[in-house]
Design a protein around this ligand. Sequence first.
Ligand SMILES: Nc1ncnc2c1ncn2[C@@H]1O[C@H](COP(=O)(O)OP(=O)(O)OP(=O)(O)O)[C@@H](O)[C@H]1O
Ligand SMILES: [Mg+2]
Length: 264
Amino acid sequence: MRPDHLDETPFVKLSGVHKTYEAETGNVRALDPVSFGIDRGHIVSVVGPSGCGKSTLLRILAGIDPATGGQVVIDGQEISGPVPNMGIVFQRDLLLDWRNVLDNVMLPAELARANMDETRSRAVALLSELGVGDFLNRLPFELSGGMRQRAAIARALLMRPSLLLLDEPFSALDAMTRDQMNVILQRLQQHERVTTLLITHSIAEAVFLSDRVVVMSARPGRVLDVIDIDLPTPRPLSIREEPAFAAIARRIRLLFEKEGVLAA
Ligand SMILES: Nc1ncnc2c1ncn2[C@@H]1O[C@H](COP(=O)(O)OP(=O)(O)OP(=O)(O)O)[C@@H](O)[C@H]1O
Ligand SMILES: [Mg+2]
């Protein structure tokens, strides 16, 4: 196998992917042709206004919603249905109310009939690293929103997915918890190195966490720019106050202002 830095084609490649929803009440063009790549082990964020087709794009990438046209290639294979070994975290955590935290995280292992002892050790380690190691036996209702999302992230990572898809996983959290989750996710990524697509409305979150940011227009979404984030990693939260960070955030904001998505 070639070392990663010699890979010329990205692990995930979207080429001209577009989507029109057909309904009796009229068609909705959700996505204009969109193209970008995600290198192996990288985080790419998609940032764009509400309704521009971000979740649609994520569902197409997961293979759970067919594109109207274009091509999605993952690890050299064009996808034609649900992508195996993929982790997804949605805005709502979708934990099962009647299962404790550990049993919720273990659900994918049960479905895959994995080695339970080994996987349980990994579940416990992930939950500890995510800062909820003391809550393994608690039911979801006993957790705060941030803790529930941590459990959802542990569950998504449990089976070492080849692709992690995060659809606004932190948008329901308060600003301080969200910052904390950004730091935790970055730390986890330092050793998990899972190829990740993160959907977010937050310019700061996108720049902080990503190797690359895809900036999208209002519906029908099209790519306004793809920006490589060359800031060193790991990044402390204070990097957000540094000129290099602020310059990238400003560049994205100006794109939205020019499009009339944000008021100037
Ligand atoms: N199943 C569906 N059937 C018909 N139209 C849909 C369907 N899902 C999404 N749409 C439409 O496609 C467009 C894009 O929706 P999508 O959920 O992808 O946007 P989004 O960028 O994720 O928005 P948000 O930031 O609010 O989550 C919207 O206009 C929406 O109404
Ligand atoms: Mg969405």
